[in-house]
Design a binder for this molecule. Structure first.
Ligand code: FAD
Ligand code: SF4
Length: 401
């Protein structure tokens, strides 16, 4: 006789066809959950249908974010933060390859049996292809950002079917929120979560538009990043670098390029990962690490001997620049290139650095996104915006409608 396990319930659900409209409609970030029978939990699990960061923080980190601690208000529950870089960077990684190195160590030491990460398709270097990596080579082939919405959770059925019990998942905030919500249903003994911050993501078509409006040679871009020196750095196939100042971006043309999910996201810092690896709280050229809990520290310990580290620092005052950015973005202001370059040079010299740069980026995105939700989804505003984001936004004067 077969008994009905709690896991069996969701197996009766059916994944949506790729052409079907998702339950979150235009707010869907294509996290991949609805490509699996875990769609059974979508109403509760989807980051855009049921924002529940505070509850999931309690579950994942065993304590709430301390909203009266300025660093926790901005960067989430954490034990430590630091700047780090690999002494021998991985060629072709997004930054120095700390994420890939941790994943490789976890496999090599059999701490996990598989790693959820995202490679690209053969035909298109920016088209995401989520996989469960079981070898270091497969992890290395997933290095570098695919700066597009990526259905990382679409492989969750394969995880359950493979019988794996110890898993590492690498992902961005919306994917990790849904993952945490269904974590108990996956039948795992141990789940490690290695997150990156994420903002302003785009569909593959949106990415093409961004590259075509911003780069001198859109088809040869292999890597790009919005860096701490207020410039977008493009790397091309031939190894050459191109930089474009943020203030020179054609915001009027780019306004619609970002996915509606990303225009209404307040989980920039990936609140629910055990360890977060980004760059924006670190000096130029360094990565920024946020250890949220013991499991995150355990992951970081595996690569300590491959890293050079320094304490986080903070310099400058972001508030005036953020306040000015609010109406400028709203009106789609684009400066002529000479003025944008000049502004870039000045702001790099006197502008916010380290954690203050991270706060600058969080503030400008949260104020923009708050206005977006207020205008497009007023009925969602109260429940969808987490308390920490409401406090951050309340520091600024927003245009009256
Ligand atoms: P690598 O060793 O090169 O590994 C990169 C890993 O990212 C791979 O394992 C791959 O599986 C995973 N990955 C790639 N694309 C995606 C995707 N679309 N969805 C989920 N996982 C993916 N950091 C900041 O500090 N501020 C930001 O604003 C910021 N924006 C980001 C936006 C996106 C879309 C992404 C994917 C990352 C962003 N990051 C941001 C993180 C940062 O760019 C680096 O990814 C991070 O510092 C790790 O660098 P690395 O060299 O250690 O990674
Ligand atoms: Fe489903 Fe994920 Fe889209 Fe929400 S964001 S509707 S969970 S695929």
């Amino acid at each position: 006789m077969t008994s009905v396990t709690p896991q069996a319930k969701h197996k009766k659900a059916k994944a949506l066809k790729s052409s079907s409209r998702r339950p979150a409609k235009e707010l869907c970030s294509e996290c991949g959950l609805c490509d699996t029978y875990y769609i059974h939990y979508v109403k509760e699990a989807c980051a855009f249908l049921n924002q529940q960061i505070a509850e999931l923080e309690m579950r994942s980190h065993t304590r709430a974010r301390d909203l009266d601690n300025p660093d926790e208000l901005y960067f989430g529950v954490h034990q430590t933060m630091m700047a780090a870089r690999k002494t021998e960077p991985i060629p072709g990684a997004q930054w120095t390859g700390i994420v890939s190195s941790i994943a490789i160590e976890m496999l090599n030491r059999s701490i996990v049996e598989g790693v959820v990460c995202v490679q690209n398709t053969k035909e298109d270097r920016f088209q995401p292809m989520p996989i469960i990596a079981r070898t270091p080579e497969e992890i290395l082939a997933a290095r570098v950002n695919k700066p597009t919405l990526s259905p990382n959770l679409s492989i969750l059925e394969q995880v359950e079917q493979s019988g794996m019990k110890r898993l590492l998942v690498i992902g961005v905030g919306c994917q990790i929120q849904a993952l945490r919500a269904v974590e108990k249903q996956l039948g795992l003994e141990k789940l490690y979560v290695l997150g990156t911050p994420c903002v302003d993501n785009v569909t593959r078509a949106g990415l093409q538009k961004f590259l075509e409006t911003t780069s001198r040679s859109p088809d040869t871009v292999v890597h790009y990043e919005f860096m701490q020196d207020f410039r977008v750095h493009f790397k091309h196939e031939d190894g050459s670098e191109e930089t474009v100042p943020f203030f020179g971006l054609k915001t009027n043309q780019l306004k619609d390029v970002f996915a509606p999910s990303c225009m209404s996201c307040f989980d920039y810092v990936n609140s629910l990962a055990d360890l977060v690896v980004g760059y924006m709280g670190a000096p130029f050229g360094w990565q920024w690490l946020v250890v949220r809990n013991d499991r995150g520290q355990e992951m970081l310990d595996l690569v300590q001997d491959q890293l050079e580290t320094q304490s986080v620092m903070s310099k400058g005052d972001r508030t005036a620049a953020v306040q000015q950015s609010i109406p400028a973005y709203d009106k789609g202001v684009t400066l002529p290139m000479w003025a944008a370059k000049l502004m870039g040079v000045v702001i790099e010299k006197i502008g916010p650095k380290g954690l203050e740069y991270a706060r600058f980026s969080i503030d400008s995105h949260f104020t923009r996104n708050y206005l977006y939700v207020k205008r497009h989804y007023p009925e969602k505003l109260a429940a969808h915006v987490p308390e920490f984001a409401k406090r951050i936004v309340s520091q600024y004067k927003l245009p009256s409608e």
